[in-house]
Design a protein around this ligand. Structure first.
Ligand code: OOG
Ligand code: NI
Length: 453
């Protein structure tokens, strides 16, 4: 028996500590959490079927703790170390997101748990972007940015020591885990004081606000946290009454009977006071706008074919220049099947299989030799959606843009650079489709075994 605390436990503690810290730093996020909780409660009370389905899929317990956050890093070293930091909490890089095509000079991955048991326990994810400084055309400014990044160190010495210890001994004891959470939190904290002079901040900001946000601060402050809502339209509608001003549109697919992928909206980033203080003690006070709150509604994970259709329909809608409203978006997706049996029959989405009580009680002879479809039709197997745990590049770009000001959309001629990203990361990213497919296959194997097959 090891006396190490599980990485799931460390992740849960960390995600709670992060939420508490962000609530103190950005009180409006606390208000958003309250609103989401109120509406989740209303939705569950009005939908006993949903309550049952979520309870059966072990999603009820994780609902209140479920959230994601985002950070933006400046260097390959920072990215490689953050990978090791997240690994302590059982979070691994999944997917590659290139946002350069959408006018934002970053590429990214999502750190998250990858096995079913860990996802059930707490699916905390952090969308982690790496700035692509090589896309800054002004050479002097790029060099200045590089110098500033080279000067900072975003991890406390104790965090680094605990990461090493964890890697060496294969885990952390409970007190070490608690200390790790406290120390690691420092990396994500907001710093009101910038170590950069205001002129440099301005110059970087005018190149792209995102560059200033990364380069001019002591660390990669968490820039938003995002709870999961069961009715994003209701939260969006009710936000103003709670004194929260939402971005204009909800990103992602339209509202559907059978929710797919991910829908997101946020409140606009707040303008916060910052003191720009140089090493020589020269100081000036100004503001910086970066931090916001977001909400998300998650639906079923799509297969590569489902995703291809989703991407094509979204691209068609965006290219049509149709004004973005609920009805127009719903129309653009009208041809996408909206019931579980069809999504499954057409191989568009991933499902979890389970043997029902009737199935388990059925005589062996009735089960033997039957196809999975027949077993479902007979009520011996049930299916439920596998929830999408990842992000969407077009939506992510929309979230970035709405918090950077639309004037900041620029075109860069950098090619997508997954190889460079993975080399900075020091590892390859997991393929999200492979993870969903494995999870589906494992549930089907277990369900059939439970029927005696
Ligand atoms: C990340 C934006 C992406 C999401 O939910 O799609 C994101 C950022 O603004 O740093 O968090
Ligand atoms: Ni987000």
């Amino acid at each position: 028996m090891s006396n190490f605390v599980s990485s799931d436990e460390i992740r849960s503690q960390f995600s709670r500590a992060m939420s508490d810290m962000y609530r103190r730093e950005v009180p409006q996020y606390g208000a958003l959490l309250e609103l989401v909780k109120e509406i989740n409660g209303e939705v569950l009370a009005a939908n006993p079927d949903l309550m049952r389905a979520m309870t059966r899929a072990d999603e009820i317990d994780r609902l209140d703790v479920e959230r994601h956050g985002a950070i933006r890093l400046g260097t390959a070293d920072e990215l490689a170390t953050i990978r090791r930091l997240f690994a302590v909490m059982g979070m691994h890089p999944v997917g590659y997101y290139d946002l350069v095509g959408a006018g934002t000079p970053v590429h990214a991955t999502a750190f998250r748990p990858i096995d079913d048991a860990s996802l059930r326990r707490n699916p905390f994810r952090v969308f982690t972007s790496l700035l692509r400084l090589e896309l800054i055309k002004d050479e002097a400014l790029r060099e200045r940015a590089e110098q500033l990044l080279a000067r900072r160190s975003i991890f406390t010495p104790r965090t680094l020591a605990l990461i090493n210890l964890c890697e060496r001994q294969g885990g952390l004891t409970r007190p070490e885990g608690e200390e790790f959470v406290r120390e690691a939190l420092e990396t994500f904290r907001w710093h009101r004081q910038s170590p950069v002079d205001y002129q440099t901040y301005r110059a970087l900001h005018d190149t792209h606000r995102l560059i200033a946000d990364v380069v001019c601060f002591k660390g990669p402050h968490i820039n938003h946290l995002t709870p999961r809502t069961l009715d994003i339209d209701a939260v969006q509608r009710r936000m103003p009454a709670w004194g929260i001003s939402p971005k204009e549109i909800i990103e992602g697919p339209p509202r559907r009977h059978c929710a797919i992928l991910l829908r997101q909206t946020s409140f606009k980033a707040l303008e916060e006071p910052v003191d720009f203080v140089t090493a020589e003690g020269e100081a000036s006070a100004s503001t910086h706008t970066a931090r916001f709150g977001e909400i998300e509604q998650r639906g079923i994970a799509l297969t590569p074919e489902g995703r291809r259709r989703y991407d094509a329909m979204l691209a068609g809608f965006l290219a049509s220049g149709t004004r973005h409203c609920d009805e127009a978006l719903a129309l653009a997706f009208a041809a996408f099947p909206d019931d579980a049996p069809t999504l499954r029959a057409q191989g568009l989405a991933y499902f979890r299989y389970e043997a029902t009580a009737t199935g388990k009680a059925a005589p062996r002879a009735e089960v033997e030799g039957q196809s999975v479809d027949a077993l479902i039709a007979a009520g011996y197997l049930s299916i439920s959606p596998i929830i999408y745990e990842d992000f969407l590049p077009v939506s992510a770009a929309g979230i970035f843009q709405s918090n950077l000001g639309s004037a900041q959309r620029q075109s860069y001629d950098g090619a997508s650079s997954r190889v460079a990203f993975e080399s900075a990361l020091g590892a390859s990213v997991h393929d999200e489709f492979a993870l969903y497919a494995e999870s589906e296959a494992a549930s089907r194997r277990e369900a059939l075994a439970a029927l005696g097959r």
